[in-house]
Design a protein around this ligand. Structure first.
Ligand SMILES: C[S@@+](CC[C@H](N)C(=O)[O-])C[C@H]1O[C@@H](n2cnc3c(N)ncnc32)[C@H](O)[C@@H]1O
Length: 208
């Protein structure tokens, strides 16, 4: 595992600074509807080990944990993971690492909420997910549909790499990475910036 100095400093510092009041942010409050819908849509099983990529303060990890054997909550931000650790959620283990620096396990599923758009190389990220999934493993990714860049006010400070995603383009990248049956549904509509609506997708796919 890498040491702290190898993490991108501006990146970690934005999320580290935001961690203390993350769960109070208006966007996070709206996002709290995602886990209930995810649990309805994805066939979690009690014997499974899931990875929550970019887990932050644990929005998904805490919701998935009661349904599975274990959740690894992965994040580069020490402060985000500290907030999650303080929640003492049974069956959740935090792991501070950059996903591109390697993972200690293979998983039955990878879930993620609003982290994909912070990674520049989506194709490589999908290949990493694929490599660390067991055969038959599931992908359940939540992020913004393509938007005009207005969603994040301070894009540079937050290391925003993508203004959401086009389903056709993301589907093609998932298939190139080796996933089958990638499919999309709208999971939530976020309201921000004086009533503007930003829909979020759930993309599911499977490693054969
Ligand atoms: C917008 S936050 C979302 C947090 C949480 N999933 C939520 O919905 O509240 C994105 C998170 O992804 C993490 N992240 C981004 N790139 C990462 C990487 N390469 N490896 C691990 N974590 C990463 C960030 O540190 C940040 O906590």
């Amino acid at each position: 595992m890498p040491d702290a100095s190898s993490f991108s400093s501006s990146f970690s510092s934005f999320f580290d600074r935001a961690a203390g009041e993350w769960d109070e942010r208006p966007t996070f409050r709206q996002l709290s509807a995602v886990p209930r819908r995810l649990l309805r849509a994805v066939p979690f099983r009690a014997d499974q080990h899931w990875l929550d990529f970019g887990a932050g303060s644990g929005l998904l990890a805490a919701a998935i944990a009661p349904r599975v054997r274990r959740v690894t909550a992965l994040d580069t931000s020490a402060q985000m993971l500290r907030v999650l650790d303080e929640k003492n959620v049974p069956r959740v283990r935090t792991l501070r690492a950059d996903i591109f620096d390697g993972l200690p396990d293979s998983y039955d599923g990878v879930a993620s909420c609003m982290a994909l758009h912070h990674v520049a190389d989506t194709a490589s990220l999908l290949r990493v997910f694929h490599r660390h999934l067991k055969p038959g493993g599931l992908l359940a990714l939540v992020d913004l549909y393509r938007e005009d860049g207005s969603f994040h006010g301070d894009k540079l400070a937050r290391d925003v790499c993508h203004f959401g995603f086009e389903p056709d383009a993301l589907r093609a990248l998932a298939q190139e990475a080796g996933f089958v049956d990638p499919h999309f549904e709208e999971i939530l509509r976020l309201e921000k910036n004086e009533g503007r609506i930003y829909p979020l997708f759930l993309m599911q796919a499977r490693k054969p």
